[in-house]
Design a protein around this ligand. Structure first.
Ligand SMILES: [Ca+2]
Ligand SMILES: [Ca+2]
Ligand SMILES: [Ca+2]
Ligand SMILES: [Ca+2]
Length: 201
């Protein structure tokens, strides 16, 4: 049945068209200033989740290591076996000085023969985008691939280890705990800090 309403057939007046254009312009401005930037930001939480997964992986690996290179199966470093207040008696060994943190002799973590074995070996470890060791690897030294794609392409990690015996987040001379700081940078350039402690048990 044909439309017979004369108002509809008359179309829009000039005023109506101008109002329509103004409303459209306001709506467009709203979309471009509010919604489009949100679309960009909505990527960040996903990257933060992935950064957290990556940090968890590396922290789990580090905390599973021995406390110190100098500790032996039967004797922990800094264990005063005869309780005389010093560490110069038979069988007693000192923990690694903070200045010697980092890989011990012949230790590396950049291929499947990686041989880090204690917490502070990771001090100074840098892997991923922007570093000379450009590939983030798992604890077995393997490249993390999912469906043939590098799982953490564009991410980077940076690790620092220090003594923090009173666990206040600040380096101190108490060698009973090591503070592990892991910095993960997302492909968007956002750096997130994660931390964990490993005590001398
Ligand atoms: Ca002693
Ligand atoms: Ca070591
Ligand atoms: Ca070490
Ligand atoms: Ca401290």
């Amino acid at each position: 049945m044909p439309v017979t309403n004369s108002k509809v057939q008359a179309g829009f007046t000039l005023i109506e068209m101008i109002i329509g254009i103004v409303v459209f312009a306001i709506a467009l401005t709203f979309i471009t200033t509010l919604i489009f930037p949100q679309a960009g930001k909505s990527v960040d939480p996903i990257m933060q989740v992935r950064a957290t997964e990556l940090a968890n992986t590396i922290i789990s690996e580090i905390t599973a290591m021995g406390y110190d290179e100098n500790s032996q199966n039967s004797v922990r470093c800094n264990d005063d076996l005869n309780d005389d207040g010093d560490l110069d008696d038979a069988g007693e060994i000192s923990c690694t000085p903070i200045g010697n943190f980092g890989p011990d002799s012949s230790e590396f973590r950049n291929n499947t023969n990686s041989n880090f074995d204690d917490v502070d070996d990771y001090h100074g470890l840098q892997q991923g985008a922007g570093f000379s060791d450009a590939i983030i690897r798992n604890s077995l030294g393997e490249i993390l691939l999912v469906d043939g794609q590098n799982l953490y392409a564009g991410f980077s990690i940076s690790v620092l280890v220090t003594y923090d015996g009173d666990m206040d987040g600040v380096t101190d001379s108490d060698q009973s705990s090591k503070l592990i700081l892991v910095y993960v940078t997302t492909p968007g350039g956002e750096t997130i800090e994660f931390s964990a402690y490993r005590s001398n048990y």
